[in-house]
Design a protein around this ligand. Structure first.
Ligand code: DGY
Length: 350
C-alpha cells in the first residue's frame, strides 16, 4: 500500500514529525514564515493531507486548486477561522482542530495578563529600567486589585471554564456570557450568566474567550467600550478581530478604561507605527497564550494523530465539519484508502 503524501506548513515541536514520518511521505515547509498562498495551493494539488497553522489561509481558492486526492486538513489550533469550512465541505475534505489540550495553558496566560495589566507590571518594569524610580511613593503606579474583583468572561468553552476555575482562587465574583447556559459550571464556580452589555458595564476585568465568527467579529466596539468602568481592564487571548482596535485605542488614550492586555491583534503583528504601540497602558504579547513546551507538543501530536486517522479512513474526534463524513468515507472507499491499522500515538504526559 503506498504511503499518503502530506504537507506540513511549519516545523513542529515534540515527537509529531517523527510519528508522521513513519506513516506518511512528508514534506515540511522549511521557513519561519507561513508558505505563500500559491505554494500552499500547489501543495494542496499534490497532497492527500495538509497540517496547517492558524496563520495559513485555507481558503476557497485552495480547495479549488486541490486535486481529488486531498482528504483532510488538520489545523493545529483550537480556532479555525483561518479555514473556509463551507468550501472544504463542498469539496468533501475533512477539517480537524485541536481543542482541549491547550485550555489550561491558555487560561494560565490569560490570568498572567489579568495580573500584569491590572497591577501595571510592564509599566513598572519600564519605570525601573528607564531610571524613573527615585523612592517608594504612596501613589506610584497604583493599579486595581484582582482578588475580590468582578471578572467578566466572554465565551465559556474549554478555556473560559479554566479561567473561571482560577478566578475562584482569587475570590472573584464571576459573570459570564455564552451562547448556551452552563448550569453545572455556574454551580461549580458560583458564576452568573448575564448579557454581554452587563458583562461590560459591571466587570472590573473582562477577558475574551469566544471564537471568531461573523457574530463575534467586532463585538468589543465603541458602544461596549463606553459601557466599561474607567477603572476596568480588557484582556484578549482569543482572536484580534473580536475587538475594534481604533475604538480601543481611543478608549485607552482618553482614559475611558484603565488598560488592556492583548495577546492577539488585528492584524498580527501590528505594523510598527500602529497607535496602540505608543500607549503605556497596553500590554502586547505575540499570540503565545498556548506556548508552553508541553502544550505545543500536545497540540502538534493531536494534529498529527488526527491527520493520520483521517488518512487511514477513521474519522478523528475533533472534526469541524462532521456532515461531510459520509461523502468523505465514500471518497476513501473509492480510492482504496491507505490501510486500516490504527495510528498509535506516542503518549505525552500532561
Ligand atoms: C488556537 O489554538 O486557536 C490558539 O489561538 C493557538 O494558541
Amino acid at each position: 500500500m503506498p504511503q499518503p503524501r502530506v504537507f506540513i506548513t511549519r516545523h513542529l515541536p515534540g515527537p509529531a514529525l517523527d510519528f508522521l514520518k513513519e506513516k506518511c511521505r512528508l514534506e515540511v515547509w522549511p521557513g519561519e514564515l507561513p508558505p505563500p498562498p500559491p505554494e500552499l495551493r500547489r501543495q494542496a494539488a499534490i497532497s492527500d493531507g495538509i497540517l496547517t497553522l492558524l496563520t495559513d489561509a485555507v481558503d476557497r481558492p485552495l480547495f479549488g486548486a486541490a486535486s481529488d486526492r486531498l482528504r483532510v486538513v488538520s489545523n493545529m489550533a483550537t480556532g479555525y477561522d483561518n479555514i473556509d469550512v463551507k468550501a472544504a465541505t463542498e469539496h468533501a475534505v475533512l477539517i480537524t482542530r485541536t481543542p482541549g489540550v491547550l485550555s489550561e495553558t491558555t487560561a494560565d496566560f490569560a490570568f498572567a495578563l489579568i495580573l500584569v495589566v491590572a497591577r501595571r507590571v510592564v509599566e513598572a518594569d519600564r519605570y525601573v529600567r528607564h531610571g524613573r524610580w527615585q523612592t517608594w511613593g504612596p501613589e506610584t503606579l497604583l493599579g486595581c486589585d484582582v482578588h475580590d474583583a468582578t471578572l467578566g468572561i466572554v465565551g465559556m468553552g474549554g478555556i473560559g471554564r479554566q479561567v473561571a476555575r482560577r478566578a475562584r482562587g482569587f475570590g472573584m465574583r464571576i459573570f459570564y456570557n455564552s451562547r448556551t447556559a452552563k448550569p453545572g459550571l455556574e454551580r461549580r464556580y458560583r458564576m452568573q450568566l448575564v448579557d454581554l452589555d452587563r458583562v461590560f458595564a459591571e466587570s472590573d476585568i473582562i477577558t475574551l474567550h469566544a471564537p471568531l465568527n461573523p457574530e463575534t467579529r467586532g463585538m468589543v466596539n465603541q458602544g461596549r467600550l463606553r459601557l466599561m468602568k474607567p477603572s476596568a481592564v480588557l484582556v484578549n487571548t482569543a482572536r484580534g478581530p473580536l475587538v475594534d482596535h481604533a475604538a480601543l485605542h481611543a478608549a485607552l488614550k482618553e482614559g475611558r478604561i484603565a488598560g488592556a492586555a492583548l495577546d492577539v491583534t488585528d492584524p498580527e503583528p501590528l505594523p510598527a507605527d500602529h497607535p496602540l504601540l505608543s500607549l503605556e497602558n497596553v500590554v502586547l504579547t505575540p499570540h503565545i497564550a498556548s506556548a508552553s513546551i508541553a502544550t505545543r507538543s500536545r497540540m502538534a501530536m493531536l494534529a498529527a494523530g488526527q491527520l493520520v486517522e483521517a488518512l487511514e479512513g477513521r474519522p478523528p474526534r475533533n472534526v469541524v465539519n462532521p456532515s461531510v463524513i459520509p461523502r468523505w468515507r465514500e471518497r476513501m472507499r473509492e480510492s482504496g484508502g491507505y490501510g486500516q491499522k490504527s495510528a498509535e500515538m506516542p503518549f505525552i504526559s500532561p
